[in-house]
Design a protein around this ligand. Sequence first.
Ligand SMILES: [Zn+2]
Length: 80
Amino acid sequence: MPRSRRTFQVFACPSCGSSPIRVIRGTWSGSYQGKRYVVKNLRYFHCPHCGEKVYDPSAMRQIQAASPAFSKAHRARKSA
Ligand SMILES: [Zn+2]
């Protein structure tokens, strides 16, 4: 698909429409079936109003790479 390579930007929360949505860079944690996993140095958007989190495609990839749900599907690579 022809898509321009612009930096992914979110100016308003897709959930509540609140406009000053914040960019967060730091350790992100999530859980999958009670297991906690973290992604270090992840950049994502966080709405201070409703708590919604928005991820750009590269953040999504990083989360998927760290997620136990995905590592199951794609057989964990040898740890470096
Ligand atoms: Zn919001």
